[in-house]
Ligand binder design. Structure first.
Ligand code: ZN
Length: 449
């Protein structure tokens, strides 16, 4: 993503400051100040000095000979559009008015579309809905680059009542945390930094819940014509891989079956509905023809019940397809088809999708789907797309062989020796040992030869 939009309730804001760059990039400023959101803000001239109206922490940094509308505040939560210069306020910033009393009077944005602010560019803007602050930042030279009129329209659709454009092109950059960032190597004069109030336990967002439905179950005959691949086994394995990613990233996962179960389609819907899932994802592989012969149709495909494209189920499907495409997985056609007849799509209250990871009637797809490497790729793409839809960041897996919890003091020395000799892998120091793990340890000590 090269465009990031943060909508922040004013009641959550602890402080807003204009921070001078001093040769720092946005992520450095975010790190140095400990703010929650940082983005470039404010025009500056070729001499590196700010232009227009800018005041930070009571100090006027730039003063234009004319007045205009911009944003002013003392602490942050009180930010609102005011006529600038607003001498009684500790902070203010001006830009190009996108939504202001003047723009609504004239109907047009006061700039020269043929000048240096014109055309399709990366854009940074600040907007206000009345009770929320919106930070908008898109990368220059990306497909999210836009004209000022497009940004104005987008902010208006987001509910903005007032808005200003605070620079763009190569200056556009933001770091909103959790990997949400628009990068640029340009060091700008000033950044807008927003700190949030520490969250109280009851204000924390409720845990997101995903219902994973491994298709079919033991005994189901669906599989490759040569009998070397069973769909239900694949679906179960994929569900465990996707589940691990989602749980690591803080999602609560509800399963419709265990490895041995084979619930009816109605039961599967009931499990999801009773759990109040935010998303239902059914995991499958596809078949064409009578399923008894190798045929040519192939590729990854998602089914949802129906349009429109703006429905949550389709937004979710698109989010997954985007990650699948990025992973280089072959997609069938446009990747998304609708079929309102599928029972799990019809009977679930959550946005629902069926993922067909490939065709087990395709010799090539089957060969891929039988490999662990391909399953790793599929599961990561599925999970990343689901997380994108839920608005949650991807949490990297811990490298194998490391552990957060050190061994207890009395065991530390033996633990270190066991790792050093390769007898144990250094993980889970406080866990019980299974019989098979014990056998491996004894073997590695050479006691079984
Ligand atoms: Zn299936």
């Amino acid at each position: 993503m090269s465009k990031h939009i943060k909508t922040i309730p004013l009641t959550q804001i602890e402080r807003i400051s204009i921070v001078q760059g001093g040769g720092r990039l946005v992520s450095q400023v975010k790190r140095d100040t400990g703010c929650d959101y940082a983005m470039n803000a404010g025009f500056y001239g070729g001499n590196g000095k700010p232009t227009h109206h800018l005041k930070a922490d009571g100090k006027v940094l730039a003063r234009a000979p004319w007045g205009c509308w911009g944003f002013a505040w003392n602490n942050g939560a009180d930010i609102r559009m005011e006529a600038l210069p607003a001498d009684t306020r500790l902070n203010y910033i001006a830009g190009v008015e996108l939504l202001s009393p003047m723009v609504s009077d004239t109907g047009s944005i006061p700039y020269d579309p043929k000048g240096e602010l014109g055309g399709t560019r990366g854009r940074t803007a600040i907007a206000h809905t009345g009770d929320k602050l919106i930070l908008y930042c898109s990368g220059d030279g990306t497909r999210d680059a836009a004209t000022l009129e497009e940004v104005q329209g987008e902010l208006r659709r987001l509910g903005a009542e007032t808005a200003i454009y605070v620079d763009g092109g190569g200056s556009s950059q933001c770091d909103f945390g959790g990997g949400e960032a628009t990068r640029s190597s340009r060091k700008v004069y000033s950044y807008l930094c927003v700190w949030l109030k520490p969250q109280k336990e009851e204000d924390k967002p409720v845990n997101k819940k995903v219902c994973l439905d491994p298709g079919h179950g033991p005994g189901c005959v669906n599989g490759s014509p040569d009998g070397s691949y069973k769909e239900h086994e694949f679906a179960w394995d994929m569900s465990q891989r996707v589940r691990a990613h989602l749980e690591r990233c803080g999602v609560t996962v509800v399963m419709t079956r265990d490895g041995a179960g084979y619930p009816s389609l109605t039961e599967r819907c009931g499990i999801s509905n009773r759990a109040g899932a935010d998303l239902f994802v059914s995991l499958h592989s596809n078949a064409s023809g009578d399923g008894k012969n190798w045929t040519s149709p192939s590729g990854y495909l998602i089914y949802t019940s129906a349009g429109p494209e703006t429905a949550a189920r389709n937004v979710a499907a698109r989010a997954v397809l985007k990650r699948v495409r990025e992973a280089g997985i072959a997609i069938r056609g446009g990747g998304l088809e609708h079929n309102a007849a599928y029972a799990v799509l019809k009977g679930t209250t959550a946005p629902a999708m069926i993922i067909e990871h490939g065709f087990h009637t395709s010799r090539e797809d089957t060969a891929l789907m039988k490999t662990g490497d391909y399953r790793v790729k599929l599961a990561e793409a599925d999970a990343r797309g689901i997380l994108d839809f839920l608005g949650l960041p991807w949490v990297a897996e811990k490298p194998a062989g490391t552990t957060d919890t050190p061994a207890a003091d009395w065991a530390a020395e033996a633990w270190r020796k066991a790792m050093g000799k390769g007898v144990m892998d250094g993980t889970r120091p406080a866990d019980g040992v299974t019989r098979q793990e014990l056998a491996v340890v004894l073997d590695r000590l050479g006691l079984l030869d």
